[in-house]
Design a protein around this ligand. Sequence first.
Ligand SMILES: *Cc1c(COP(=O)(O)O)cnc(C)c1O
Length: 220
Amino acid sequence: MSLIAQNITGILNELNANTKLIAVTKTKPLEDLLEAYQSGFKRFGENKVQEMTDKYERLPKDIEWHMIGHLQSNKVKYIAPYVYLIHGVDSFKLLKEINKEAIKNKRVINCLLQIYIAQEETKFGLSKEEAYELLTSEAFGQLDHIKIIGLMGMASNCDDTEKIRQEFRGLKTLFDSFRALESKSISMKELSMGMSGDYHLAMQEGSTMVRIGSAIFGSR
Ligand SMILES: *Cc1c(COP(=O)(O)O)cnc(C)c1O
């Protein structure tokens, strides 16, 4: 078994039954993705539209492609035909554009709202209040080709496990409270939190999707 396949198997064995693994393949060559694919793994995450689309075109079509990075409205059209889940939705403008492109492609695109949980300047995302306002707005109610199936967040990049745990816990609490908003376009099923350095903590706090790159493919 290849090293990549071994790493994936090792992580899968650690995950709870209700936590899915997204293998984050950004910057990694096609051969690495193929190695994972040939071991039976088909769920990949990328953070750049161009790179994800290039890889999509060159690889087998039964792969689930997860857009985990910051997405610009003008690039939605490139991924709309095939993207499986967009993790980083952080504005109504972006959601409206995703809806428009989903209509063109005659599909419903599943999305997660990215929530700002870390006390760091560099992280994208909505505040909890902004997310609530978006989900309860009249304009949101009119988008019928998108579905919000959960939330995504990134904890502070630090060694303070208690702080990271609290950030994940806060996101889980919000996720649970949003279950009350269930509608045709909202169904809180997926909580995308946890990366190579903090996925054990994330899982303990209720993550259903961990996005892991370097622990599988090595450092970038
Ligand atoms: C790169 C990236 C990851 C994976 O990070 P690792 O530390 O390599 O596991 C997860 N989520 C997002 C949004 C990323 O950009």
